[in-house]
Design a protein around this ligand. Sequence first.
Ligand code: PLP
Length: 399
Amino acid sequence: MPRTPNRPAILAPQTALLHHEDQITPGFSAFVTPVTRASTVVFPDLAAMRAVKWNDDSQWRYGLHATPTSLILAQRLATIEGGQHALLQPSGLSSIVNVYFGIVRQGDDVLIPDNAYGPNRELGDWLTRDFGLTVQYYDPLIGAGIEALIKPNTKLIWLEAPGSVTMEIPDVAAITAVARRHGIVTAIDNTYSAGLAFKPFEHGVDISVQALTKYQSGASDLLMGATITADAAIHFRLKRARMTMGIGVSADDCSLVLRSLPSMKVRFEAHDAAAMTLARWLKSRAEIAAVLHPAFEDCPGHAQWKRDFTGAGGLFSVVFDAAYSPAQVDAFVEGLAWFKIGWSWGGMHSLAMPYNIREMRSATAWPYEGTLVRFFVGLEDVGDLQADIEQSLTTHLVA
Ligand SMILES: *Cc1c(COP(=O)(O)O)cnc(C)c1O
């Protein structure tokens, strides 16, 4: 029986403002996903409220968990990667946190590539220090050799393809085959490919993490992340952890990502083409000892990139000749006009950032003496970007 409360026919205007019965105009049609902001989700009666199951994604419970806008975004993200389920978190880093709390517990061992996104390393170290995990850092090019590191309590293997500063592409299928034999969950930070250029579930990965802050938002104006999976049981482990930790996202931010998603592929291809042009040109410059771009034959893991990827996007790094001091390379970065200095990437603007790789690794040697600079190539005119790099090289890197 539907609930039939007594309703007075005439309401004071103040009450009527709160208890309107909106009717969406029939026949209205547009390309835009409606923004459904909500904390409270209203149930028709107590029986309906009590019948809601947290592990039924088609039921609405509380705005923190999902609204129609966030569910539509999650479904689109799953579609891009070839997954079945997705959850949204308020940053890419919180998606990584969600994976840890959904998959591992005290006493478990986790494997992290030595070239991992820095904050994932910091998280691994913190969970080791204060929460009873153990973490082992592995050579990203270890491939099937990862088997030697597996312990009875190893429960999660992280992958990153490529490492987002040094650009090595791991042999994903070799690592996931070992993980599957041992019943270990694998999670990849797939932000670099936006889910467009690499399809993790075709290579045996269980969880894909996206920092939607990057290409999906595309405008450097919001923070969000996602965990995507093709496995319902893993999805619900992540979902339970997410609910318990109180993690949710705003429908307004979701609508901004939904607005940017249709142009993501053409943006990605434009970033990719411009980055390729600049990387090729930089390779010919005497100041540069190495260009770290997965499409280049001498980039570690290039064979895997060629086998598994359909593109590269706007991110690559260069290593300067060791003849130039870190201070000279800093002056080069500061001398750039159109490449700005700042964290994050995937928006429309070009960025450059120097890194000291030796300080960032613990398990593998870094072969280069010179300073590394990572470029993100935006949507400016590529000729202007090349001229900008050239003017700063010639001004600041005099041998
Ligand atoms: C930016 C980034 C993240 C984290 O995303 P935030 O939204 O900034 O927290 C995670 N992984 C990679 C590879 C990234 O580049």
